[in-house]
Design a protein around this ligand. Structure first.
Ligand code: NDP
Length: 425
């Protein structure tokens, strides 16, 4: 493989970027065609995917290159409409690579389904009877979806809990290895297959049988240790910045208003890669935000602290990441196939590691900007570009309009239109 040099990637034209990827052998013939021919989701396919289709909807598809994760470099495709997200991720990736990259751990990769039973006459007896029949119940679940067992997965454990005030519910949780799939359909089929047995064993009624998006058996952690000298050339300034970033991480633990925004920044990266790989981003968001509440209060998902010698800042992010490489809409969209090519055809566990690393990178960039120059300096330039485009500026007019917009006291569409008119006179 050619030596990878990503310097100036952002300054290239779209065509030059594609040629760069070709030179580095990151594209299959089919992916090259997808890019050169702007292939997107065919309308006929879209019409089969959801109801009442009128057209398809496009978003920018970008690349954040050179992420060093567990000793290997990856190029991460990102689908986002928000300016500055890709730039921030790329910047963070560069700094974190210099400091040794991301190290990840994955605790498990199993999904959880639940059957909620109510009007159970004797909760303790029901619990005993269900647990005594655990093996039979696991077999019933697996018989309902035998193909996942053939793939080496399937239902592997069953747990119970009483929930609610009285308690109202006896909830049966099924733990399932869904291999490369997210597993919603696999699990929903299994849970529905269990309801009759569970009603008979408990003497109660089944309220619902469904996958849980709180995927606590699919936790993934990404960590990075960044030398403070990469925060600023000035040693004192670098230390102060590191300390402020650690404080910002503390703030997100104790102030819900900040925690929400802190986590939104993390999901700026996560959602972009989840979308690019055709995964269900609502599922990932739901699991992540539920995990942020695991201590009884909504908190920041990442943490940053300085090492004892105060030479390095250490960041860590853990969250449920039940991502898939098979199933759902993954095989339907040519842009998703392109993403998997760019990522080097990762399996679900590797993809989960990459996504959490990207979330941590995004968080690093946001905290560094917030605690130093503030995010508006960088943001405003990109905001001005968006406004210029919105005002109707052409490719040639944008570079003329943006500097004028940045100098103007009111950065809004009206100003952009007025200035564009003057440029055109
Ligand atoms: P699918 O049912 O689309 O796909 C899973 C299937 O892919 C498996 O049953 C298996 O079928 C096949 N498959 C092929 N190769 C593999 C492999 N290596 N490992 C595992 N399976 C493989 O998707 P999911 O069950 O994963 O469900 C995801 C979809 O469900 C998403 O579209 C999501 O939006 C939606 N959904 C989400 C919900 C939620 O999050 N709460 C609720 C309901 C739906 P086979 O073995 O037979 O070939």
């Amino acid at each position: 493989m050619n030596k990878q040099n990503w310097t100036g990637f952002s300054k290239k034209t779209i065509l030059q970027r594609i040629e760069h990827l070709e030179k580095l052998h990151f594209l299959t013939n089919s992916s090259s065609e997808t890019l050169y021919q702007h292939r997107t989701l065919p309308l006929e396919t879209a019409d089969q995917m959801v109801e009442n289709v009128l057209t398809t909807y496009n978003l920018p598809y970008a690349l954040a290159p050179d992420f060093l994760v567990d000793g290997k470099t990856y190029q991460l495709p990102m689908v986002t409409e928000e300016p500055s997200v890709v730039a921030a991720a790329s910047y963070a990736a560069k700094i974190i690579k210099r400091s040794g990259g991301f190290q990840t751990t994955i605790q498990n990769r199993q999904m959880i389904g639940q059957v909620a039973l109510y009007q159970v006459p004797d909760l303790e007896q029901a619990k005993k009877d269900i647990l005594a029949n655990k093996e039979h119940l696991l077999q019933t679940a697996n018989a309902a979806h035998p193909s996942i067992v053939k793939r080496g997965g399937g239902a592997c454990d069953l747990r119970l809990d009483f929930v609610g005030n009285d308690p109202t519910f006896l909830v049966v949780y099924l733990i399932v290895d869904t291999k490369e799939a997210m597993g919603a359909n696999i699990i929903n089929t299994m849970m529905e297959a269990l309801t009759l047995d569970l009603e008979q064993l408990s003497g109660g009624k089944s309220l619902m049988a469904i996958l849980s998006n709180y995927a606590t058996e699919s936790l993934v952690t990404a960590q990075c240790t960044i030398d403070l000298r990469y925060l600023s050339r000035n040693k004192d300034e670098a230390l102060e910045l590191g300390q402020k970033m650690a404080l910002a991480s503390q703030l997100a633990q104790v102030d819900v208003y900040r925690a929400s925004t802190h986590n939104k920044g993390i999901f700026n990266g996560i959602d972009a890669l989840v979308l690019a790989t055709g995964n269900d981003w609502r599922a990932i968001e739901a699991g992540g935000h539920a995990y942020a509440c695991r201590n009884g209060q909504y908190q920041g998902l990442s943490s940053w602290h300085l090492d004892e010698q105060q030479h390095q800042i250490i960041g860590q992010l853990t969250l449920p990441m039940p991502i898939a490489t098979k199933g759902g809409s993954i095989g339907l969209n040519p842009n998703v196939a392109l993403s998997f090519d760019l990522l080097g055809q990762p399996d679900a566990k590797t993809l989960a590691r990459l996504i959490v690393s990207l979330g941590l990178a995004q968080n690093f960039a946001a905290l560094k900007a917030l605690t130093s120059s503030g995010i508006q300096a960088g943001h405003m330039k990109l905001q001005a570009k968006s406004l210029a485009l919105l005002a109707g500026a052409s490719e040639k007019e944008v570079p003329l309009l943006v500097p004028q917009l940045l100098k103007s006291p009111h950065l809004n569409l009206e100003t952009a239109q007025e200035l564009l008119e003057k440029i055109r006179q």
